[in-house]
Design a protein. Structure first.
Length: 177
């Protein structure tokens, strides 16, 4: 289910999402968003609509202190707020004393961070990222379209994912931060 694409260009984060919800053989196009603007963050999710709804409507994150680098802030303050939000919303699971959630991309201060199901934060050396079942197709497209307009690259990546993945469908929604 899903393709979320993010591209950082000129201090702006462009994030696009498809509208599919699938569970193997069944698929429906949904109207509810897969991208949310949460204070200074742009969050695009895969894995679970419930997780995304909690992040979009319940997440509150304390401001970053000036003496804390953005990556360190994302790994600590931001992740602790996400864990608390998902736990209180009944989404986070715990097995063998290890917490798990889902996968999402987060745009913050012109950068893109990928949060994986074990809550680790990653930042690619490239200025783009993707998640969901269409991620590999989208990443290939983003790699091959360097030089095009940023929003066009995001749209093209989503189109490539929709063309070759059964779990990705239009309409696409694109947000900027």
């Amino acid at each position: 289910m899903t393709c979320i694409v993010a591209l950082a260009h000129g201090g702006t984060v462009y994030m696009g999402a498809d509208s599919a919800s699938s569970d193997g053989w069944s698929m429906i196009e949904r109207n509810d968003p897969k991208i949310f603007r949460v204070g200074p963050f742009l969050i695009g999710f895969t894995t679970s609509f419930r997780m995304g709804q909690l992040l979009g409507y319940s997440l509150t994150v304390p401001e970053r202190r000036a003496d804390v680098e953005p990556f360190a802030y994302m790994c600590t303050t931001f992740i602790e707020a996400v864990r608390s939000c998902l736990k209180s919303g009944g989404y986070a699971s715990k097995q063998n004393e290890r917490e798990e959630a889902g996968v999402f991309l987060c745009g913050y201060e012109g950068r893109i961070f990928r949060i994986d199901s074990d809550y680790h934060v990653g930042e690619s050396l490239l200025n783009f990222s993707a998640c969901g079942c269409g991620q590999d197709l989208a990443l290939g497209s983003l790699y091959s379209t360097v030089g095009l307009d940023a929003e066009q690259r995001v749209t093209t990546a989503l189109c490539a994912a929709a063309r070759f993945s059964a779990g990705v469908r239009e309409p696409f929604k694109i947000e900027t931060l």
